[in-house]
Design a protein around this ligand. Structure first.
Ligand SMILES: [Zn+2]
Length: 270
C-alpha cells in the first residue's frame, strides 16, 4: 500500500453509490488524480465538510493496489477562497479554471510540470478571489489557462516562418486560427484569410504572459483591443480545444451582462 500526503484542489465531484463520492483532484504530487471518498455522502463529519470547490486542501490518499482507485483518507482545509462564492462573476471564472484544468491538463508528466500546474491553479483562484471579474480578467485568464495546459496560441511569431512580427507586418495582422498564430507580411498570400488582429493587441497579450497573475493590472487591454482579444480566444478555443467548456456559456452570460449590473446567480457547478 502506498500512502501519499499532498496538497489538492477539487476539480470535479460525482456521487457514487449510497454513501461515497468520486473526486477528481489536482495535486502537485500526482497531477490529476481520481480518488474515492468513502462515506463522504453519508457523513459530512468524515471529511469535515472540506470537500468543496475553491478549497485548497491538504490530503492523504492511499493506493492499495496499483490497479485500484486510490482512497481519500484525510482532507484538511488549508485555505478557502471565499470571494469566489460570494460573487457570480468570480464564481464563473473560478469554475472555468477548474473545468479547464480538469478537461485539458495533461495526465502524468514530469514532477516539475505537475507542481507548476498546481501552483497555477492556486494562483488563478487567488487572483480571481481578490480581483474584479470583468471581460479583461476573463480574456487574460483564458490565455493564461491555455498557456498553463500547454495549448496557448502563438502571438509573437509568424506561424509559417517563425520570424518575430514587427511594424512592417501591421497594423493589422491576419491570425490563422487553424494554424494557431499570425502570418507575417512576407508569408502572406492574397488569398490568405485570417482573423484580422492589430499588432498592438497581439503584443499586449504576449507581454501579459510575462507577468505574475497578481500584476496583470499593468496590462492595458480595453476597447477595440479587448474585443479583438476576446474574438481571437473564443475562436482559438473552439478550434483547438474542440469542446465547449460548460462554464463558458455561463461566463458569457455573466460578462456580457456585467455593464448593466444584471448578474445572475450560478446554475451549475463544475
Ligand atoms: Zn512568415
Amino acid at each position: 500500500m502506498t500512502t501519499t500526503h499532498t496538497h489538492a484542489l477539487l476539480l470535479r465531484s460525482n456521487d457514487f453509490g449510497e454513501s461515497d463520492r468520486i473526486l477528481h483532484l489536482l495535486t502537485p504530487e500526482t497531477g490529476r488524480v481520481t480518488v474515492i471518498a468513502k462515506g463522504a455522502r453519508r457523513s459530512v463529519k468524515r471529511f469535515g465538510g472540506n470537500l468543496d470547490f475553491f478549497n485548497h486542501l491538504r490530503i492523504q490518499i492511499e493506493q492499495r493496489r496499483p490497479t485500484s482507485m486510490a482512497r481519500l483518507e484525510l482532507a484538511k482545509l488549508e485555505r478557502t477562497f471565499h470571494g469566489l462564492r460570494e460573487h457570480p462573476g468570480r464564481f464563473a471564472l473560478g469554475c472555468y479554471v477548474l473545468e479547464a484544468l480538469d478537461r485539458l491538463a495533461p495526465e502524468g508528466g514530469a514532477r516539475v510540470e505537475r507542481e507548476r500546474l498546481f501552483h497555477f491553479g492556486l494562483a488563478a483562484l487567488d487572483w480571481i478571489d481578490g480581483g474584479t471579474p470583468d471581460r479583461r480578467m476573463r480574456v487574460l485568464l483564458e490565455l493564461r489557462t491555455l498557456d498553463a495546459v500547454g495549448l496557448r496560441p502563438e502571438l509573437a511569431r509568424c506561424v509559417r516562418c517563425a520570424s518575430a512580427l514587427g511594424p512592417a507586418d501591421g497594423p493589422l495582422v491576419p491570425f490563422r486560427v487553424g494554424d494557431g498564430g499570425p502570418v507575417c507580411a512576407a508569408c502572406r498570400s492574397p488569398e490568405d484569410q485570417g482573423l484580422p488582429i492589430h499588432l498592438g493587441t497581439l503584443r499586449a497579450l504576449q507581454s501579459s504572459l510575462g507577468f505574475e497573475l497578481s500584476a496583470l493590472a499593468r496590462i492595458g487591454l480595453s476597447g477595440n483591443a479587448l474585443g479583438e482579444a476576446e474574438g481571437l480566444l473564443r475562436r482559438f478555443l473552439r478550434f483547438h480545444v474542440g469542446l465547449e467548456l460548460r462554464s463558458e456559456a455561463f461566463l458569457t452570460q455573466l460578462t456580457l451582462r456585467e455593464p448593466e449590473g444584471k448578474l445572475r446567480p450560478p446554475e451549475a457547478r463544475p
